[in-house]
Design a protein. Structure first.
Length: 388
């Protein structure tokens, strides 16, 4: 186990259900509001089945991470990298060698957290708080997130466990909108897209699954890492069905041609939905209030992963977690403020998704090779020392 004061075994563990809640919360955030438009632009009505290809590819990424992390249970990727050096008197060399990995992961997750924060800030300004400066909204979100992230990671995961049921309340709102505004004809025709359009749709929706790489950190806290693949598979299936539901309800209500002109189709669907007798008015406000919980859990998971990388790399004692969190918060805020418009923000989101895929594949390849070399060396050493 990594030799530091941030040993996950002393801080509690994550149950199988909590594994589901943290992975679901990481994947299903603000992206579900924009994904229907992005994938429909690429694949039109064939988006209804293209999304399942993306889900399968993400499952492969998650399987690779899980297979790697099970090789060194109770360690996160940074602790494992530093333990490769082996001897305690080589800690300085270990930190030098692992610095690129720590910077890549911490930078990626802080970048992704800033994108999610800015994206949801834009939603709030557009639909709920048009008179409030977006900088004030983002400052409030980041400040509250920093308070939560100052706690150990298992506390953050327990918060996702508590908040996840509220997210499912949004599904009846989408169903109500589909029943009022939808038409089955809008869902047709199927299988009209060529391979290029299918590939574009897969790529576009694949980027909306951003967040699976946090397993490099959180798997160190699993109670039963050897049984994690079943939970990961179920969670990816649930996330894919959730995305599929958002796509189908949006296409069914507006048609693929109209979705081209809507930035947040699920939100627009809820906006035109009404209940008899005006029992609930301004449903979009209720929808956003509920969805803010989902987005907040995504933010704290990404931000918490960033802080954990720093805590593991240095390493700091647990009592320093709050200091690390609030030192990173200004960088978080500056990154969230940086995109000058929605187009630049969309580009950032695409680049972050691509970066996550590249980093995941690169890290898995490197550390599997390192693990294989170490195991081979152990085998040779055992063969040398054993009596003939």
């Amino acid at each position: 186990m990594g030799n530091n004061n941030n040993d996950p075994g002393t801080e509690g563990t994550i149950s199988n259900y909590q594994v589901h809640t943290l992975l679901f919360s990481a994947l299903v955030g603000v992206s579900v509001l924009m994904m229907p438009r992005n994938i429909v632009i690429a694949s039109r009505t064939d988006s209804e089945w293209v999304i399942f290809i993306s889900g399968f590819i993400v499952l492969l990424f998650v399987w690779l991470i899980g297979a790697l992390m099970k090789k060194f249970p109770r360690q996160n990727i940074i602790q494992f990298a530093q333990s490769m050096v082996g001897k305690k008197n080589q800690r300085i060399m270990a930190r030098i060698l692992t610095l690129p990995f720590a910077l890549a992961l911490a930078g990626l997750w802080l970048w992704m957290a800033s994108i999610v924060t800015r994206s949801f800030g834009e939603v709030l300004v557009s639909f709920v708080l048009p008179q409030t400066p977006i900088g004030v909204l983002m400052f409030s979100i980041i400040f509250v997130a920093a308070i939560v992230v100052s706690n150990p990671l298992v506390i953050i995961v327990r918060m996702t466990e508590f908040l996840l049921p509220f997210i499912y309340i949004t599904l009846p709102l989408l169903v109500a909108g589909l029943l009022q505004e939808g038409s089955a004809l809008n869902l047709l025709p199927l299988f009209q897209a060529d391979w290029k359009e299918v590939a574009n749709g897969v790529f576009s929706s694949l980027l909306s699954y951003s967040g699976f790489s946090i397993l490099f950190i959180y798997m160190a806290f699993y109670q039963q890492p050897e049984k994690s693949m079943r939970t990961h598979t179920i969670t990816i299936m649930v996330c894919t069905l959730f995305f599929w539901f958002a796509i189908v309800t949006s296409i069914g209500a507006f048609g693929s041609a109209e979705i081209f002109h809507l930035l947040y189709p699920p939100l627009e669907l809820v906006k035109v939905t009404s209940f008899p007798g005006q029992v609930l008015d301004r449903l979009e406000s209720l929808f956003i209030a509920i969805w803010m919980l989902a987005v907040f859990t995504t933010i704290i998971l990404f931000f918490g992963s960033t802080v954990e990388v720093v805590m593991s790399y240095v390493p700091f004692k647990e009592k320093r977690r709050g200091w690390v969190t609030f030192l990173l918060a200004p960088i978080f805020y500056i990154l969230a403020q940086y995109p000058s418009n929605l187009q630049e923000l969309a580009l950032w989101s695409q680049w972050a998704g691509i970066a996550e895929i590249i980093i995941t594949l690169l890290f898995v390849a490197i550390f599997f090779i390192v693990w294989a070399v170490r195991e081979r060396k152990k085998g040779e050493d055992n063969a040398t020392t054993s009596p003939s």
